[in-house]
Write a protein that binds this ligand. Structure first.
Ligand code: IPE
Ligand code: IPE
Ligand code: MG
Ligand code: MG
Ligand code: MG
Length: 323
């Protein structure tokens, strides 16, 4: 079985050979920039790992796996614009370097390129691959829209939040796992179980991202800390904090959420309340529970248990990651 790091090497090599050096440079240079900044490559890695449950070489589906990564990177260009984020993978975001219009247009081109590479899937499964990908890609937009709408709402339930992150984050991991399983030769039933495994993993993955947005080390995390607090993002931490707060703490939280203020002071004050209310622990407990759910979906996949060991390991590493 391939380890994730072996797969990342293959993915990065493949990405370095992609023809992103066409003209006009103003369109393609930002694409090259973001695609070569690295990142965890978790979506193609999971897709290839699913395929590797059944097949010994992953070469045959490297192109569609890269398509998934291009799509993910496209969402980052637009997401950073929407979230007013300055840093990504330790570097300036595309809209900071080249401006907002470039982030929009290079992003658009990346969405189209993503389709080009997904469409390189083996002909036998092509239609289904396009269907699964299209559905997930649209769901990501739905999730991003909820994420945006929740910024200007005070009350968002835990259920609404989990549905939002299922859409914006989990479905893409899940779709990759589904695609990898079917392309590898797994049954449709197992592909469905792998999809569910991806949903639980993806929800936990986003909870961890929210947690790191407050408690991460900016050097390792590669994004500015506190961005979610500044934007009034309805994260698990904020939802739980509002739930647990006494009336004074609630007033304080609402005060910071409604006020145009110095971002540094706001991050400090809200983090202080999170600490008092110990919401970090609740978030970690939820991540653990989701991890268990994910593993139990994986156990049902009809493949020898030892072949699934790398997948178990990679999910555990994701839950306890620092970036
Ligand atoms: C960032 O995705 C957006 C989220 C869904 C949290 P990743 O955390 O996978 O980012 P990279 O690709 O590793 O940089
Ligand atoms: C992003 O969620 C999800 C997508 C990009 C679709 P976040 O906004 O939390 O991701 P980061 O923290 O900017 O990477
Ligand atoms: Mg963001
Ligand atoms: Mg966002
Ligand atoms: Mg985030």
């Amino acid at each position: 079985m391939f380890t994730p790091s072996r797969l990342i090497d293959q993915i990065d090599k493949h990405i370095s050979l992609l023809p992103f050096d066409e003209t006009p440079c103003g369109l393609y240079e930002p694409i090259r920039y973001v695609m070569r900044l690295g990142g965890k490559r978790i979506r193609p890695v999971l897709m290839l790992m699913a395929y590797n449950l059944y097949q010994d070489s992953v070469e045959e589906i490297l192109d569609p796996a890269i398509g998934l990564e291009i799509y993910h990177n496209f969402t980052l260009l637009h997401d950073d614009l929407m979230d007013r984020a300055d840093k990504r993978r330790g570097k300036d975001t595309v809209h900071r370097v080249w401006g907002e219009n470039t982030a929009i247009l290079s992003g658009d081109a990346m969405l189209i390129l993503a389709y080009r590479y997904i469409a390189m899937a083996p002909a036998e499964h092509l239609k289904e691959m396009l269907d699964v990908f299209t559905r997930a890609a649209l769901e990501v937009c739905e999730g991003q829209q909820y994420d945006l709408e929740f910024e200007s709402r005070i009350q968002v339930s835990e259920e609404e939040y989990e549905n939002m992150i299922r859409l914006k984050t989990a479905v893409l991991l899940a779709a990759g796992l589904y695609m990898g399983t079917l392309l590898g030769g797994g049954s449709r039933q197992d592909a469905g179980r792998m999809y569910d495994f991806g949903i639980y993993t993806g929800i936990a993955f986003q909870l961890k991202d929210d947690l790191l947005d407050v408690y991460g080390d900016p050097e390792v995390f590669g994004k500015n800390i506190g961005g979610d607090i500044v934007c009034n993002k309805k994260t698990y931490l904020l939802i739980k904090a509002l739930e647990k707060a006494d009336s004074f703490q609630r007033e304080t939280l609402l005060y910071w959420m409604q006020k145009e203020c110095d971002p540094k002071l706001k991050i400090e004050a809200v983090t202080q309340l999170y600490n008092e209310l110990q919401v970090r622990k609740l978030c970690e407990e939820r991540i653990d529970a989701l991890y268990q759910e994910a593993i139990s979906c994986l156990e049902k996949v009809a493949v020898a248990s030892e072949r699934k060991e790398e997948l178990r390991r990679v999910v555990q590493q994701l839950m306890y990651r620092e970036l």
